[in-house]
Design a protein around this ligand. Structure first.
Ligand code: SF4
Length: 494
């Protein structure tokens, strides 16, 4: 169904749109015409507000009207109105479509936040579960998944003010996956790599100095991208040496070695010579036909070879990523992938659901996403596979454009939690993010706001304007220091 929205309050257009997309997909909204017109009107009384929503399609009209009490402050008022509008829209579309989404009316990317808020309000774990089911129409299964995740996070869930996590981005890949929406460049002739590493090294040196001066401690590191292992053995060795020299206290150090075609025994041996504690080898699928279809340059055999080689080299914390609902994949093909992974036995498994963003090749090609029970079954099978290997879910996030609005879930063995993933998803620790396209986040104590400091995504611009990227970090450290004096006004630098 194509739906056009009219609202008396434009500030709620996106919230209404989120509910439309929940039922009819990412591209259901049209500015004019369409199959249905959704009209939202708000009326404010002295002590109450009324949200009236009508859906007019063909000769039929569906209507919901919700009222609420006004709040003492504007922020809370807006929160109440927004929730009433979304619930009214949700009730209408649930009736009209006959569908009940697994995440109910929840559209946010971090559902665990609501669970934590429910706990903070004094509920028990089971009370928080019931609250989410009643308030947001969450399925019991998803509510239980949240309970499992929040329980796993408990030993690590603490807002830190004196520590940062380190993120280093390598924005190069050997080819572009058809679902990729990142700003990574294909490494090609590699001419940009050396200038990029030079700039990155400059940023590392400057930021380590500033972090030291600010008295901040960095204990958790993550190198992502792109594909860090697309650098040559010598380049990666040099970069790791530089990082470890400037940030010597990393207790946890993950390197995304995503593409099996970028790893060989020599590179694995080099990685082992550094204090790398966790690597990620990402098959995405264990079906060669799909690997070709999605533009990855490796085979299933490469994945198995690299995994075995990493084990021989002594890596005892390996993550593997898989994606449910890849183009052309059936439930049987996804089961085959999971069976192969079960046999390999990694320490963690991340089950993604395919998201087709506008900047991906699949979107350009007009690829129509697999939806419905098939995707849900795949996601359930991924969860079962993780349980079979003795893992538990420990972090989760949702993205826009995901098949059936489902989720990405990280599972791991109980003693193999990646703290960076928890910190990052729950935003409980500041992040010093270096390299093109990375976004640093400074956690402010006031109102728990977050100061966002992005680096330029374009690789050439990042190289040319590295001094400006460093200056942005200086402003971030300054702002965090000044915050204690009540002098911080912004939540974005750059
Ligand atoms: S490996 Fe990741 S970053 Fe690189 S092209 Fe594929 S999806 Fe994009």
């Amino acid at each position: 169904m194509k739906i056009c929205i009219r609202t008396s309050h434009e500030c709620y257009r996106n919230d209404i749109g989120d509910i439309v997309r929940l039922f009819y997909g990412e591209y259901a909204l049209v500015p004019e015409g369409g199959d249905a017109l959704l009209i939202h009107e708000q009326a404010n009384g002295k002590d109450s507000f009324t949200e009236r929503v009508r859906l007019i399609y063909g000769t039929r009209t569906e209507e919901e009207t919700l009222t609420g009490a006004t709040a003492l402050n504007a922020l809370e008022e807006k929160r109440r109105e927004k929730r009433a509008i979304k619930q009214a829209c949700y009730a209408i579309f649930k009736r009209v479509s006959g569908r009940k989404p697994a995440w109910g009316s929840l559209t946010g990317i971090r559902p665990t936040r609501l669970f934590y808020r429910a706990l903070e309000e004094g509920r028990s774990f089971s009370g928080a579960e019931e609250y989410l089911i009643e308030t947001y129409d969450l399925s019991r299964d998803k509510a239980q998944l949240l309970t499992e995740i929040v329980r796993m996070q408990q030993p690590y869930y603490k807002r830190h003010s004196d520590a940062f996590d380190l993120y280093v981005g390598i924005p190069f890949c050997t080819s572009r996956c058809s679902y990729c929406s990142f700003s990574s460049g294909v490494i090609g002739d590699g001419k940009l790599v050396e200038p990029y590493l030079e700039s990155l090294q400059k940023e590392i040196e400057a930021c380590s100095r500033m972090a030291g001066e600010a008295g901040l401690h960095l204990a958790v590191g993550y190198m992502g991208g792109g594909t860090p292992s697309s650098l040559s053995t010598g380049q990666l060795d040099r970069l790791l040496t530089c990082i470890e020299h400037h940030f010597p206290d990393l207790e946890e150090w993950t390197i995304e070695a995503g593409r099996p075609d970028t790893l060989d025994d020599e590179k694995l041996r080099m990685l082992r010579s550094h204090p790398v504690t966790r690597i990620s080898i990402n098959p995405q699928t264990m079906n060669d036909v799909t690997l070709q279809r999605i533009g990855r340059l490796h085979t299933v055999q490469d994945t198995v070879r690299v995994f075995e080689s990493a084990r021989r080299r002594g890596f005892d914390n390996i993550n593997m990523d898989v994606i449910a609902a890849l183009p052309g994949e059936t439930e049987e093909m996804f089961s085959h992938t999971l069976n192969e992974i079960r046999q390999m036995g990694p320490e963690s498994l991340t089950v993604h659901t395919l998201a087709i963003k506008r900047s991906s090749k699949l979107h350009e090609q007009g690829y129509s996403q697999t939806t419905g029970r098939i995707v849900e079954n795949m996601v359930d099978a991924g969860r079962q596979c993780a349980y079979d290997m003795g893992m538990q879910a420990y972090y989760l996030y949702r993205q826009k454009y995901m098949a059936d609005n489902l989720e990405n879930v990280g599972y791991c063995l109980p003693d193999k939690v990646c703290r960076y993933n928890i910190d990052n998803m729950e935003e409980i620790r500041s992040v010093l993010a270096l390299g093109a396209g990375s976004i640093s986040k400074g956690l402010l104590q006031v109102d728990e706001r977050i100061l966002r400091v992005p680096n330029l995504s374009n690789i050439r611009q990042y190289i040319e304007r590295i001094d400006e990227m460093i200056e942005r970090k200086r402003q971030m450290f300054d702002a965090l220091t000044k915050e204690s004096k009540g002098d911080i006004k912004r939540d974005h630098i750059g």
